[in-house]
Design a protein around this ligand. Structure first.
Ligand code: CUA
Length: 324
């Protein structure tokens, strides 16, 4: 996978992830200081204890009382410091919660995400049904606008996690959950399922593509169009292979007779950067391997292997490559 798509909660690209990173660093610094203070105190008392004479006589009873009083004072100071630190963190916690709530904004872009073993169905609802679009494993968002994601699952519990932009949120079968974020810097950010969901949990990634508004609008317009009918003969042959073979039993390509929603919608398949939910880069070689033997790449995936002769495979690759 491309190094530029590495994910990191310590490299925030939006206000929500920034608030989490801030809280994280505060906790790390505070507990580090406390840890160092505790260890230093431990060494100090060990050194002091080793120097004190072991035997006590009656004359030192007064000294002993003094010593206990001194210890009690230090314990009281430590308890008070602990309470102060805990109360301070309650305030920091509440202020972080207020910050992330505000990120939701007034007019967020709504995106619906459905988790599947092991891929992400992504939908952009619109009051006008002609504008409704569906894609997979790649979520495009405009920079600077809040995004509200409504989520559910088609099978087991998954967790949506794009650490550069947002915290984790579970996708639960038969139940709707929401999360929201805003990307302030354009870029491609990797996300990952963060709840063990079976064999290929580790191969359930997605990309969030944050683009300047005009570029996002162009993407949206393109996605709203039906698939282009191929013009060259190889891609036309590929379309016939696609529609008459097993592909169309699970996948949809709008504008054709393929309308199944078992697997990802492929209407604008060639516009996506990865295949198999972030597992492979979307190029002809990887696609050929995936079509022939997906079980070798993602054992347990719902997509079965396909016995396609080389000519049909070539045509199929040309057709899928034309679905821009
Ligand atoms: Cu889906 Cu882990």
């Amino acid at each position: 996978m491309n190094a530029q798509w590495l994910q990191s909660a310590l490299d925030p690209k939006g206000p929500k992830a920034e608030a989490f990173a801030h809280l994280n660093w505060m906790l790390i610094v505070t507990v580090s200081v406390i840890y160092l203070a505790v260890i230093a105190t431990l060494f100090y008392v060990l050194r002091r204890a080793s120097r004190r004479p072991v035997a006590f006589d009656r004359d030192s009873a007064v000294e002993e009382r003094e010593r206990v009083r001194g210890m009690t004072r230090w314990v009281a100071i430590a308890v008070a410091a602990t309470v102060v630190v805990l109360i301070a963190f309650v305030f920091v916690d509440v202020s972080t919660a207020r910050t992330i709530t505000r990120v939701g904004g007034v007019n967020p872009l709504r995106v619906d995400v459905v988790g599947h073993q092991w891929w992400w169905e992504v939908k952009y609802p619109d009051p006008d049904p002609h504008n409704y679009i569906e894609t997979a494993n790649e979520i495009h968002v405009p920079v600077g606008r809040a995004v509200l994601i409504k989520m559910t699952s088609g099978d087991v519990i998954h967790s949506f996690w794009a650490p550069n932009l947002d915290g984790k949120k579970d996708l639960i079968p038969g139940h709707e959950t929401i999360t929201w974020f805003r990307a302030d810097t354009a870029g491609v950010y990797r996300g990952q399922c963060a709840e063990f969901c079976g064999h290929q949990h580790a191969h359930m990634a997605f990309l969030i593509v944050a683009e300047p508004r005009p570029q996002f609008e162009r993407w949206l317009q393109t996605q709203r169009t039906a698939a282009q009918t191929p013009t060259d003969s190889l891609a036309q042959a590929g379309e016939r292979v696609f529609l008459s073979g097993t592909c169309a039993m699970c996948h949809a390509v709008s504008g054709t007779s393929a309308g199944s929603n078992v697997g990802p919608d492929l209407t604008h398949f060639a516009s996506r950067r990865t295949i198999a939910a972030g597992t492979l880069r979307n190029d002809a070689g990887n696609l050929a391997s995936w079509i022939l033997d997906p079980q070798a790449i993602k054992p347990g995936t719902k997509m079965p292997g396909n016995e396609v002769d080389p000519r049909s495979l070539n045509a199929l690759l040309a057709y899928l490559g034309s679905l821009k």
